[in-house]
Design a protein around this ligand. Structure first.
Ligand SMILES: Cc1cc2nc3c(=O)[nH]c(=O)nc-3n(C[C@H](O)[C@H](O)[C@H](O)COP(=O)(O)OP(=O)(O)OC[C@H]3O[C@@H](n4cnc5c(N)ncnc54)[C@H](O)[C@@H]3O)c2cc1C
Length: 294
């Protein structure tokens, strides 16, 4: 189900990006009242850029999480290391409601941005994004509604193996932070993700305890928001991981990690190693995702 959500979100993002590059509407903000100023592609309007960045951050988070989830499943089925097998199986269990519930919630949001970027055309059947949003709505319902997925995370996965399964998930994120905390270009992001992970750890203990007390109804009223923040942090982890791996490679290829300089070079080439930098603030939404727990 998560894969379906990711597929429609990814398609919506690519359609919207393509449309935003070619749809000419409205003058550039900096043109002021210049009567000679020409209309520009809508990609140049900050609000359209904001939505595309949102779509990109979520879609790339989904992509990485799915690769990682699939890798975990492979490890469970192939490793002879019994401890690794048990830990990774626990990770699969914790990630399942995130991959199903959080991803499909975000897929709807990405598809909605897709319609918005198309404007009025987005709402009609003649353009593809309408179909994608309609399709994405069912992913939140079947194979366990997302409300039930959220309850699964809070009620089963949080206390699984006496809390060890969820702790393994937290520790694995901390490992990535430790790995990249001194990597040039991602130190700031590592610090933010680190802060978000420790807030999540505290929150998980608090809501877990509450769910086993006489305040369980209150805890379960927050099951879905808890799934949302857990998913946000998982995506921020994935985006940090990607940034940590790619930053040194990008610096080697381009000679700099200065965003303006890399973006300028990126604008002049179609070489793939520049792609991560083509959007000027690639870290922006990873920061935003990590920041939702502040
Ligand atoms: C297009 C489509 C294809 C489908 N394909 C299949 C299929 O191939 N196989 C199959 O088995 N099913 C299929 N379904 C059924 C689907 O899995 C159910 O619709 C879904 O599980 C929700 O069940 P329900 O419709 O009975 O809603 P309900 O169970 O009545 O739920 C209604 C709402 O109440 C919430 N809710 C219900 N119980 C609780 C609870 N205990 N605690 C908190 N909240 C709760 C739900 O989250 C939901 O928001 C399909 C449905 C659709 C629409």
């Amino acid at each position: 189900m998560g894969l379906q959500g990711f597929a429609v979100a990814s398609a919506a993002y690519m359609y919207a990006l393509d449309y935003a590059r070619t749809r000419i509407q409205g003058r550039h903000l900096t043109a002021g009242k210049d009567p000679e100023a020409k209309n520009v592609p809508i990609l140049q309007h900050p609000d359209v850029k904001r939505q595309l960045l949102n779509m990109k951050a979520y879609t790339e988070g989904m992509r990485s999480l799915h690769y990682y989830y699939a890798w975990c499943n492979d490890v469970v089925h192939t490793t002879n290391d019994q401890q690794l097998k048990a830990d990774t199986a626990a990770m699969v269990e914790v990630l399942t409601p995130i991959v199903k519930g959080y991803v499909t919630d975000r897929a709807l949001e990405v598809c909605s941005h897709g319609i918005q970027i198309y404007g009025g055309y987005g709402y009609v059947r003649e353009y593809p994004v309408e179909q994608l949003m309609r399709d994405s709505r069912i992913f939140m319902i079947y194979e366990g509604t997302n409300g039930i997925q959220a309850m699964d995370l809070l009620g089963r996965k949080l206390s699984m193996n006496g809390g060890k399964a969820f702790q393994y998930f937290i520790d694995r994120m901390k490992q990535t932070i430790e790995q990249f905390k001194d990597t040039e270009g991602v130190q700031d992001l590592s610090a933010k993700v680190s802060h978000a992970v420790s807030r999540l750890e505290t929150l998980a203990k608090e809501i877990g305890t509450r769910s086993r007390s006489d305040r369980l109804l209150n805890a379960y009223a927050f099951a879905h928001p808890f799934l949302e923040v857990t998913g946000d942090v998982a995506f921020a982890w994935m985006l940090l991981w990607r940034a940590g791996v790619s930053a040194p490679k990008l610096a080697k290829k381009t000679g700099t990690l200065d965003r303006e300089a890399v973006a300028e070079k990126a604008a002049k080439t179609k070489k793939p190693h520049f792609m991560p930098a083509r959007w000027k603030p690639p870290g922006f939404h990873s920061h935003a995702l990590a920041g939702r727990l502040w």
